[in-house]
Design a protein around this ligand. Sequence first.
Ligand code: AMP
Ligand code: MG
Length: 412
Amino acid sequence: MPSASIVTIGNELLNGHTADTNAAFICQKLLSIGIPVVSVYTVGDDISLIVRALKRAARDADIVIATGGLGPTDDDLTRQAFAKLMGVKLILDESILAKIKSYFEKRNIRMPEKNAIQAHIPKGAQAIDNTVGTAPGIYENIKKKQFFAMPGVPFEMERMLVDFVFPKLQKRKGGKFTIIKKVRCFGEGESAIAEKLGDLMNRHRNPLINCTVGGGAITLHIVASAKTKILAEKMAQKDNAIITSLLGDLIFGFDEQTLPEVVGRQLAKQKKTIATAESCTGGLVAKLITDTPGASDYFTQGWVTYSNKSKTQLLQIPPQLIEKYGAVSEQVAASMAKNARKKANSNFAVAITGIAGPAGGTEQKPVGLVFISICSDKNCLTKQFYFSQTRDIIRHRAAFTAMNMLRLMLKD
Ligand code: AMP
Ligand code: MG
C-alpha cells in the first residue's frame, strides 16, 4: 500500500507565526483517496535542513509532498534544495518566465526582478503549472519515489494538489479508502451529545466517530474505511442516518455547512427578511449573517446600539425602561427586537444585550449574562443565558446561540 510523507517548509512555521494548515489539509485529502500519511516534517528555510528532511521523508514513504519555500525572496530555498537533492543545477525555463511576466502584465504591474527566480527549475525535473499564482511547483521521480514541491500559500497549494498531484497518484492507489462525513450540531455540550451517541463513539468501531468543538458548532466526524470508496461511502451514510435520528433538532447541517449559512438558506427559502439590533456582540450577528454570499436576499439592516443613548435614539427604547430594568434585561432585549423589526420592516429581528466582561459584572448581573430576543410578526421569544469564559467566547456563543434560536423558530 503506498504511503506519503509531508515536508512543510518555512521559518514562519517554526516561530509560531503561521499554523501548519497545509499538512492537515494534505493528510485529510490523501486519506480520502486511500493514501495514508505516515510522517510530517517541518523545517525552516535552510537548504541542508530541507534536503535532510526530504531524504528522511523518502525513507518513510513512497510519496514525498513538500510545501513552502517557493516564493521569490532570498529566504525561499526549496528550489535550491531540490536541485541539491537531485545533484543538478537550477536552469531558467523561458516559457515559465513568460507566464510569470504575463501574470504581472495582466494586473498592470511591472514584474519585480526577484520573481525571475521562480522560473528556475532543477535540471530534468518537471515544473508544475500554478494556475492561481506565480510560483510553479516541482515534480521529480528519484529512485522510484515521487517528489512534489508546492507553494506554501494554502490556496495555491490546494489547487495544485487537486489538479496535478492527485492525477499523478491515482495510478499508485490500492490501499483502503477513507470517507469522512461531518454532522454539525448546536445546542448541547460535547459530553451531552456523546452520551446520546452511546456505543457509537466506541474507539474500536469502523466507522470511527470523532468529536470536535469550534467555529460555532460541535462537529461529529464519521470516519469510515473500506476496500472501496463505494463501501466506505455506504458505511458513512449508514452512521449518518443513525446519528441524525438520535440527535434530531440538535443537528443544523452536514459537512462544511455553517449555522449562519443554514439559517440564511431557510430565510431565503421562506422568503423572509431579518434585521439585527446588537449591543454586546457589536455587530457580530450581522457579520455572521452577511458572511454568506447572497445574504442581501434576506438581510435588511443592523444596528449596533452599544450605549443607552443610542438604544433610545436609534431604536426608541424608552429611557424609563432602561432605568427600571437595566440595559441588560429581558425587557430591553425584547424592546430592541420589536422596534428593530418595525423600523426595518422585516419579518424577523434579532436583538442581543449582555455583559461580555471582563469588567461590568455584578452579583445580580454577572459577566456572561446575555439576553437574546427574536421577534417575528407573530410573536417574540426572549431567552436568558449565562455564558462563561473570555469576552471573545461569550460574544461568539451569544451570536451563534441567536442564530440557533432563529433556526429553530424558522422550523416551526
Ligand atoms: P512560501 O511558498 O514559502 O512563499 O509561502 C507563502 C506563504 O504561505 C507563507 O508566508 C505563509 O503565510 C503561507 N504558508 C506557508 N507554509 C504554510 C503551511 N504549511 N501552512 C499554512 N500556511 C503556510
Ligand atoms: Mg516562505
